[in-house]
Design a protein around this ligand. Structure first.
Ligand code: PLP
Length: 384
């Protein structure tokens, strides 16, 4: 099989070689349970402590403020459900229309359990109206939850400003930083958030490990009760190899932040070349502050899914901006919230670059794409 060119690093990333190497001994000879009092256990516990320090350094948090967990989705569940259970007098939550699917599912869960939710809309560039946000906060607002960066468009929210507004009115602030880590500086002190979740597989760590930052003094209900691990916040024997990988990936993410400039230059070149070569093409959210690696490209008069399949056939992995709902190809919730015109929204693909992306790969994509778009449009001449 010809090696595929991955342009889908927002979906997941490969474990960096140094991350894999750091993890390996903890699967075999250093297999101790971090809770055991003997030498093997103490060795594992030391590794978990080290990993916690590395993640704390990445976020400018204190190590005790981190609860390790299984993924980004788990951190979101802990933040929302933990806040719901911890503050029974506060039954109002605020989030946005462009959050990850897990947040939409949690909104449904909260509604079923009697909470009231304000879902803030976005403008055509994916941005929030901060005046609307401020007006939505009530004395019984438990939590304002916003993502740092959108997984489809890469559009970034001004988290520090949002947190300042929300905390001044007495609400807690949660940030889903799953897509931001390793691509932007993330600083829980500077941002002033109370809760923030991350997931290792998005920044060259292993799958199945993540963390929730919980500001000192904030008492959430535990996500899983069990053997008292993670200071009683998440029971279960620690995934020592995974946590070692998360810690190593955290250090790498910090070291490699400056190298995101190279990725941004590649992404900008890709966008400019595509817009230049392809008529009736757009970059969604182009005028907003965006992640350096992400591009949501939309083309009038074709189906994003068909373009994805052609690209896949030619060895390029991307994703679409449409979700299949009841067999109908519907534009994603994000595209609908941004009111992207339907004839463009149907034809979107998300291209997300990463540290492994080479200039040659981008050149190959730039060469291949216009011909494919043209061929698909020729199949559907009446669509335009
Ligand atoms: N939040 C955002 C913005 C994401 O992009 C993702 C994954 O795509 C998640 C949360 C969920 O993370 P995980 O796959 O680790 O559960």
């Amino acid at each position: 099989m010809q090696a595929a060119v991955c342009l889908d690093f927002n979906a997941t990333t490969p474990c960096a070689p140094e991350v894999l190497e750091a993890m390996l001994p903890w699967f075999s000879e250093r297999f101790g349970n971090a809770g055991s009092a003997h030498a093997l256990g103490v060795l594992s516990d030391g590794a978990v402590v080290h990993a916690r320090n590395e993640v704390a350094a990445l976020l400018n948090a204190s190590p005790a403020e981190l609860a390790f967990n299984g993924c980004g989705t788990e951190g979101l569940n802990h933040a929302f459900r933990g806040a719901f259970e911890a503050f029974p007098a506060k039954r109002h939550f605020i989030t946005t229309a462009v959050e990850h699917a897990a947040v939409h599912a949690l909104v449904a869960w909260l509604r079923q359990h009697g909470a009231e939710i304000t879902v803030l809309g976005v403008d055509g560039q994916g941005g929030l109206d901060l005046g609307e946000l401020e007006a939505a906060i009530r004395p019984d607002t438990a939590l304002v939850s916003v993502m740092a960066a959108n997984n489809e468009t890469g559009v970034c929210f001004p988290v520090a400003e949002i947190a300042r507004i929300a905390r001044a009115k007495g609400a807690l602030v949660h940030c889903d930083a799953t897509q931001a880590i390793g691509k932007l500086p993330v600083d829980v002190q500077a941002w002033g958030v109370d809760l923030l979740n991350l997931s290792a597989h998005k920044f060259h760590g292993p799958k199945g490990v993540g963390a929730l930052y919980i500001r000192r003094g904030l008492r959430l209900k535990p996500f899983m009760v069990g053997g008292g691990q993670e200071r009683g916040r998440r029971g279960g024997t620690e995934n020592v190899p995974g946590l070692v990988g998360l810690g190593r990936a955290a250090r790498l993410a910090l070291e490699r932040l400056p190298a995101m400039d190279r990725v941004r230059a590649l992404r900008d070149r890709l966008e400019a070349a595509c817009l230049d070569a392809i008529p009736e093409a757009r970059v969604e959210g182009a005028a907003a502050p965006r992640l350096p690696n992400t591009s949501l490209l939309s083309f009038k008069g074709l189906e994003g899914e068909a373009l994805l399949l052609r690209l896949d056939g030619a060895g390029f992995c991307v994703s679409t901006g449409s979700a299949c709902a009841t067999g109908q190809k519907e534009p994603s919730q994000v595209l609908r919230a941004m009111a992207v015109p339907a004839d463009y929204a149907r034809g979107t693909i998300r291209v997300s670059l990463g540290h492994p992306t080479s200039s040659d790969e981008v050149d190959g994509f730039i060469q291949a794409l216009p011909r494919m778009v043209e061929a698909l449009r020729a199949l559907n001449p009446f669509e335009r």
